[in-house]
Ligand binder design. Structure first.
Ligand code: PLP
Length: 429
């Protein structure tokens, strides 16, 4: 994106007006959750003012709500490249994944195995690990601790056990590694495993294409890509149809409804649609270079979404390169963790700072309006494997499209000022 586009994007986010201690806030906590553009706020408000109702009634607002949800499935069908009846809404990714695990276990028998990974967020591990209570054998594919990537040899060997489910992330929220999910799904399909992809971290950084990936389930959270706090899942129709999810007799017993329990988060869904439309709008306005690559942009929301995400990706990657270079060359006390140069990654950069815990560094930066996270970010297995769990974990910086290079300069300056960090920590104790 050029400066004009950055300026346009930044103008959409009212949260960027916030100041802390006289510093403008730099939201470098994107992997924890994105800020939302004005259009998302407007869509939530519009829903609550003009349509607020439960579904299934005869009056106007209830009918409008049903139409809104049906349209939302269409919008997310473009987001995933699937059909509307493969789009499932839920409270968040974790809740959807528990529902999925509970549905899948009804088809398994004691002794069956499930393959998870060490690189995954706990939300794509815990729902499977708890099935050990039911006699399911849960195995982990190892990660290489030097590169924070999946050990593909280990994964291949563990596939020889013919797991019934393979649960893997697309990108790691702890250190930004993008895994070769397409290849993993291909190998999992060869042993007839059901594949569950956690795309929560990836979804903000690149387009999802379920047709190309051929995964059975892909889970996302709209709050990680400009939307409100709801979860969204792609569920391959023929697979979901074979399952028997926990639900009520009042539930429609067909995909996608059969795994959606209770009343949906209507205003959240309305906001999530606006989030996808925001991405598409950026694609349409600024993505001319992508026009025609997969088809025309005009009149094709899917192509606009792809273009928008590709623009974000190239913008974020340029800033990520700058940040990694600056940390490596200027912050001698910092140790970076994550994939080596050239390996696919997102704009999530994590490090430790010698002599200080991640929490101390994050608080110090927060005091200067630089919002980053310190800890394990629920990628607890990764942090444990890195030997950092007892040492306070990692400092994590995430770069979103509304971040600016000058914010990263401020970050580097703050990290270079070790005396200021020391003074800050002393005042806290
Ligand atoms: C990679 C990844 N997976 C899963 C989750 C859980 O998502 P949710 O908060 O929607 O349950 C997160 C949240 O941080 C995440 O980053």
């Amino acid at each position: 994106m050029n400066d004009q586009m950055t300026e346009y994007v930044r103008k959409q986010f009212p949260a960027l007006k916030r100041e802390v201690n006289g510093y403008p806030v730099a939201y470098l906590d994107g992997p924890g959750g994105y800020q939302v553009p004005e259009t998302v706020i407007a869509a939530v408000t519009h829903y609550l003012v003009d349509m607020n109702a439960n579904v299934g009634h005869q009056f106007e607002t209830a009918q409008n709500t049903s139409v809104m949800i049906q349209d939302a499935r269409g919008i997310f069908a473009d987001f995933f490249n699937c059909s509307w009846d493969e789009v499932v809404f839920g409270a968040n990714m974790t809740t959807l994944n528990f529902a999925l695990a509970q549905a899948l276990v009804r088809q398994l028998k004691p002794g069956d195995s499930i393959l998870i990974t060490e690189l995954d967020h706990e939300a794509n591990r815990g729902p499977w690990l708890q099935l050990e209570d039911r006699g399911i054998d849960v195995t982990e594919a190892a990660m290489d601790i030097n590169t924070c990537t999946l050990d593909m040899e280990d994964l291949k060997n563990k596939l020889l056990k013919k797991p019934k489910v393979v649960a893997v992330n697309y990108a790691c929220n702890g250190v930004g590694t993008i895994s070769d999910v397409q290849n993993i799904i291909r190998m999992a399909n060869e042993v007839d495993a059901i594949t569950v992809v956690d795309a929560v971290h990836y979804a903000a950084h690149g387009p999802l294409d379920v047709k190309k990936l051929d995964a059975d389930f892909i889970l996302c959270s709209a709050y990680k890509f400009f939307g409100p706090h709801i979860g969204v899942m792609y569920a391959k129709k023929e697979i979901l149809n074979r399952l028997n999810p926990l639900n009520l007799r009042t539930q429609q017993q067909a995909p996608p409804f059969m795994i959606e329990t209770g009343t949906l988060h209507h205003e959240g869904i309305a906001g999530a649609c606006a989030a996808v439309e925001f991405i598409a709008d950026i694609g349409l306005k600024f993505g001319h270079e992508f026009d025609g690559q997969t088809g025309p942009l005009k009149g094709n929301r899917r192509n606009q979404i792809i273009a928008g995400l590709r623009l974000f990706e190239s913008y974020e990657m340029a800033l990520t390169g700058h940040l990694i270079e600056a940390i490596t060359s200027r912050i001698s006390k910092a140790t970076l963790y994550g994939p080596v140069a050239g390996h696919p990654r997102t704009s999530t950069v994590s490090f430790t700072y010698e002599g200080y815990t991640a929490d101390q560094v994050a608080k110090y930066l927060g005091d200067r309006g630089l919002f980053v996270w310190g800890g394990h970010f629920y990628a607890i297995r990764l942090v444990e494997k890195l030997g950092l769990l007892d040492r306070g974990g990692l400092v994590r910086v995430g770069i979103a499209p509304y971040n600016h290079g000058t914010e990263l300069d401020r970050l580097i300056e703050a990290l270079s000022d070790e005396d200021a960090l020391k003074r800050f920590v002393e005042t806290q104790s």
